[in-house]
Write a protein that binds this ligand. Structure first.
Ligand code: SAM
Length: 202
């Protein structure tokens, strides 16, 4: 049977169900006060074949994208060595081969050109510290500035899935914090937070 997904009707209950259907053997995500919460222990499944500094663990994107099967207009921001696919990638370093080469702090001016109708979802994986930013040869970003640029580049009801060591500062006027999932890779590695923001439109 084919199910037609209507984006505006999808809620957090559907999202945790999508995740459990995709990963029936993993601990389920939960809902409290209308938000998703949970933990992803990559553990023995941890694998990273990319030697790029700060690359996603291979388990991350399959899990994160399983929550949002209806999203069509997708941007990977701070895309690094994310392989090409049915989405756009944006990174400041031209050597990484992304479709959009530019500064995330100016994202909305690029979005107007590359996706004038707006993105449905943005997956972001910024440098976490000044030391990380130094590895790439760039200044550390302003998280609030980039989050604001994401807001301007999304359709109403669009999402940002932001992987970081912190939950970036957000405004309740702009965003509903629809979920936080803690990601634990293995001992002595950084614990990260996957923050899920939904664009609020008044
Ligand atoms: C943590 S890495 C992302 C790695 C990526 N998830 C992967 O799997 O390869 C951060 C990326 O942000 C890029 N970057 C740093 N500052 C940036 C900025 N101001 N605008 C856009 N990209 C930036 C770096 O070039 C680097 O590729």
């Amino acid at each position: 049977m084919t199910t037609t997904l209507i984006p505006n009707e999808i809620n957090v209950n559907d999202r945790v169900r999508f995740y459990s259907e995709a990963f029936p053997k993993y601990a389920p995500l939960h809902i409290f006060n209308g938000s998703i919460y949970g933990e992803w222990r990559l553990g023995q499944n941890f694998k990273n074949t990319s030697d790029y500094w700060g690359a996603y663990p291979e388990q991350y994107l399959p899990r994160a994208t399983s929550l949002f099967p209806e999203k069509k207009e997708v941007l990977h921001l701070f895309s690094g060595k994310t392989p090409p696919g049915d989405y756009l990638r944006m990174d400041k370093n031209p050597a990484n081969g992304s479709e959009i080469v530019g500064d995330a702090e100016k994202l909305s001016s690029y979005a107007k050109i590359y996706k004038p109708g707006g993105f449905d979802i943005i997956y972001a994986d910024c440098p976490y510290t000044k030391e990380d930013a130094d590895h790439y040869g760039y200044c550390m970003i302003s998280r609030p500035k980039v989050l604001r640029e994401c807001w301007q580049s999304l359709i109403p009801g669009g999402h940002v899935v932001w992987l970081d060591q912190v939950v970036p500062q957000w405004s309740n006027d702009d965003w509903f914090l629809e979920g936080i999932i803690y990601m634990f890779i293995s001992s002595n590695r950084r614990v990260r937070a996957v923050s899920i923001f939904k664009k609020v439109v008044v």
